[in-house]
Design a protein around this ligand. Structure first.
Ligand SMILES: CCC/C=C/C(=O)SCCNC(=O)CCNC(=O)[C@H](O)C(C)(C)COP(=O)([O-])OP(=O)([O-])OC[C@H]1O[C@@H](n2cnc3c(N)ncnc32)[C@H](O)[C@@H]1OP(=O)([O-])[O-]
Length: 309
């Protein structure tokens, strides 16, 4: 547990993160789609072939909205997060939540300018929570494409507050917080998908090389029996399931995405995504079939509903 003398709030809150440029090609978008399981059940999947191939002569591949979470990857090249003013062990860092807003369909290639800032920081006693926001602009047009807010759960780094009131800072609206109430009714749709034992090894080629997902020794130090799946890979599987089952395969229908990682997933496990429709909001949760445990829950807001629903 961190102690209060090791924490410097002023240093942390005044820290300026440098702008980051993220450049990608269609090949990156396709490798990402394969990494989150696109066409994993069928290589001619009518809803997903467009994500990995120029189907029917289409000019560009379609890009999944969760691909935008990669734009800020350079922020943590080895899995550590720059948090001046706080001492913490990066090996104990877990991805806690992800919130995404999409303002324009993602292009199949491009150069993206990313403005990064600290959106929140909280003392939870046994852990600290850091929320990092990335606003991503198309470099050429200057247009705002999307916003990602990533929550890192820093195990063992809490308990640093100087007053009896736990330190808590955030600068965004409360309705963007991903805690959702899962309905008691039967889900509207359910989608089952297998991750492969090699899933994290494939997903990491999208640029997240944190050894927690590939190195057995690093995974052990972090408290796991073997390397675990990237949280964003699990989120990618669930959002892809929602696009398939509710958006009839059209990724451009997604307006915003929210997810909280509740438990780790081991590559090779089966993910069952359950979905409930509430107007244009899809509430979802993902379970690991083998352990019957919920690993992710959240919501996806859509621009509209598919006419055939
Ligand atoms: C980051 C980039 C690097 C990527 C790495 C990965 O992909 S790693 C792979 C992907 N990631 C994973 O595999 C991680 C999977 N998730 C887990 O293992 C666990 O959920 C946990 C260890 C994150 C927290 O469990 P726990 O039993 O220690 O927590 P608790 O229930 O006792 O609550 C304590 C406080 O924290 C709050 N809070 C709770 N959960 C979250 C959350 N997710 N998020 C945010 N906040 C959360 C909760 O509201 C409460 O605050 P309150 O209400 O008192 O003010």
């Amino acid at each position: 547990m961190a102690n209060s003398s090791e924490f410097n709030a002023e240093l942390l809150l005044s820290h300026k993160y440098p702008e980051r440029i993220f450049t990608y090609t269609e090949r990156d978008a396709v490798i990402y789609a394969l990494g989150v399981g696109a066409c994993g059940r069928s290589a001619v999947d009518v809803d997903e072939l467009k994500l990995v191939y120029h189907e029917n002569g289409q000019q560009f591949v379609k890009v999944l909205p969760t691909f935008s979470a990669l734009f800020s990857l350079k922020l943590m090249p080895t899995g550590a997060l720059e948090l001046p003013g706080l001492e913490y062990d990066p090996r104990l860092l877990l991805h806690g939540q992800q919130y995404i807003e999409i303002y324009k369909p993602l292009p199949s290639n491009g150069s993206i300018r990313n403005e990064v800032s600290l959106a929140g920081f909280h003392d939870k006693g046994k852990a600290a929570i850091a929320e990092i926001e990335t606003r991503s602009y198309e470099k050429e047009s200057g247009e705002l494409l999307c916003m990602n807010r990533m929550t890192a759960f820093l195990r063992g780094a809490g308990g640093f507050s100087k007053s009896s009131q736990p330190f808590s800072y955030s600068n965004y609206p409360k309705n963007q917080v991903p805690a959702v109430k899962i309905p008691k009714t039967q889900p509207f749709k359910v989608f089952e998908d297998s991750t492969q034992p090699s899933q994290a090894l494939l997903y990491r080629l999208s640029g997240d090389y944190n050894p927690l997902h590939s190195d057995p020794m690093v995974a052990k130090v972090a408290g796991f029996s073997r390397p675990i799946l990237h949280g964003l890979c699990t989120l990618g599987f669930s959002v892809r399931a929602i696009i398939k089952c509710i958006c009839r395969g059209d990724p451009d229908m997604v307006k915003s995405i929210s997810g909280r990682f509740l438990l780790h997933v081991y590559p090779g496990e089966t993910l069952i995504t359950e979905m409930w429709l509430d107007s244009t909001r899809v509430i979802y949760q993902a379970k690991v079939k083998e352990r019957n445990r919920t690993v992710l829950s959240g919501f996806v807001d859509l621009n509209r509903l598919a006419s055939s629903l």
